[in-house]
Design a protein. Structure first.
Length: 119
C-alpha cells in the first residue's frame, strides 16, 4: 500500500515536497511519480531505482524536480521547485520493476495528493 501526501496550494515559483510512504515489501521496488491534471491523461513525472542510483525525469520537470528515497523510512520524495501553474495536478506514486516512463509497467498506485499552483 502506498500513500502520497504533501500536496497543497502554492504560488508560481514556489516549492513543495511530496512524500510517498509504502508499507512492508511494497517499497522493495522502483518507485515512480505520475500526475494527472483535469481532462488530461496521466503522465510520468519521475522514477527512482531501489538503490537511488538510477533516476528518470519527464522533460517538463527536468531541472526543477528531484526524486529521492529513504529506504529506512520506506518513503520516496519529490522535491518540486520553480513550480508553474501547469504543474497543477493530482500526483500519484506507484511501484515498478524498472525505471521507465511507461505507466503501464507500474502497479500498486497509491491515493493521490493534489497540487495546485496559482499564477
Amino acid at each position: 500500500q502506498l500513500q502520497a501526501s504533501g500536496g497543497g496550494l502554492v504560488q508560481a515559483g514556489g516549492s513543495l515536497r511530496l512524500s510517498c510512504t509504502a508499507s512492508g515489501r511494497a517499497f522493495l521496488y522502483v518507485m515512480g511519480w505520475f500526475r494527472q491534471a483535469p481532462g488530461k491523461e496521466r503522465e510520468f513525472v519521475a522514477a527512482i531505482s531501489w538503490s537511488g542510483g538510477s533516476t528518470a525525469y519527464a522533460d517538463s520537470v527536468k531541472g526543477r524536480f528531484t526524486i529521492s528515497r529513504d529506504n529506512a523510512k520506506n518513503t520516496v520524495y519529490l522535491q518540486m521547485n520553480s513550480l508553474k501553474p501547469e504543474d497543477t495536478a493530482v500526483y500519484y506514486c506507484a511501484q515498478g520493476r524498472r525505471v521507465t516512463m511507461n505507466g503501464d509497467e507500474y502497479r500498486s498506485w497509491g491515493q493521490g495528493t493534489q497540487l495546485t499552483v496559482s499564477s
